[in-house]
Structures are given as structure tokens and as C-alpha cells.
Design a protein around this ligand. Structure first.
Ligand SMILES: [Zn+2]
Ligand SMILES: [Zn+2]
Length: 128
């Protein structure tokens, strides 16, 4: 079970069947949309996912054809994404998660498009 909500609390969601894989995506779309160096995500079965509160405040932005990045129109939190290419799953933005029961049993972590970060102007300027 996963439960999550946006920054202002207007929108809340839950998913009964999250997967135990957490992905960090370094693509430029995720950087721009999140304002962070990369996005952190967990996927769940689409059929087990529902917006439990404030669905009227969900703003869907089609960042690429068929892919919708869904955020709260009031506070701007990126909440989840759905797409034609993954019709059975929903991508949940990990930063909005309040409860993630399966995490306690261990998750697999993967990095997507790490090479894309080479295009970011700050790469190489972080002191180790
Ligand atoms: Zn909000
Ligand atoms: Zn991405």
C-alpha cells in the first residue's frame, strides 16, 4: 500500500499494488518538470491506483505524445504520470509519498538515462 499527497494537501492518492522497484530518472523532462537534479519514482498497478481526494485539482500536462505528467494545480507538486506506453502502470513521484508499506521489505533501485545528466550545466561542478 502506498498513500501520498501534494504539498498543499488538496490532492491525495493511494495504490494497493506498488512495485518494489524505485527508479531515479535523469532525463531532461524529469529535471525540468521536477526542478530537481533527477526524479525519484515508484510504479504501481494502474488498476490499484486511485486519486482519493481532490481529483478536480489534478492538472495533466502531456510532456510527450501519450504521456501525462499529473500535478496539483494549486501548489504545483508533481504527483504521478500515466502513459500509453505503460497502460497497466502508474508512475508515482516518490517525494509525494506519505506511506509505502512495501519499502520496509526492501526495494530494487535503478537509474534511468544517467548519461542525460551530462547535458546539465552543473555536472562536474559538484565537489566530491
Ligand atoms: Zn496541492
Ligand atoms: Zn525522466
Amino acid at each position: 500500500m502506498i498513500e501520498g499527497s501534494c504539498l498543499c494537501g488538496a490532492v491525495a492518492y493511494r495504490a494497493f499494488e506498488p512495485l518494489r522497484t524505485v527508479t531515479y530518472c535523469h532525463c531532461s523532462y524529469c529535471r525540468k518538470s521536477s526542478g530537481a537534479a533527477f526524479s525519484a519514482n515508484v510504479r504501481a498497478k494502474r488498476g490499484s491506483f486511485e486519486v482519493t481526494h481532490g481529483s478536480e485539482h489534478v492538472l495533466a500536462y502531456e510532456s510527450t505524445p501519450g504521456k501525462l505528467r499529473c500535478s496539483c494545480e494549486l501548489c504545483g507538486s508533481q504527483l504521478y504520470a500515466v502513459g500509453d506506453k505503460f497502460p497497466d502502470e502508474v508512475i508515482i513521484r516518490l517525494g509525494t509519498v506519505d506511506r509505502f508499506d512495501e519499502y520496509a521489505h526492501g526495494v530494487e533501485e535503478r537509474h534511468l538515462f544517467p548519461e542525460s545528466e551530462a547535458n546539465a550545466p552543473w555536472v562536474g561542478h559538484w565537489a566530491p
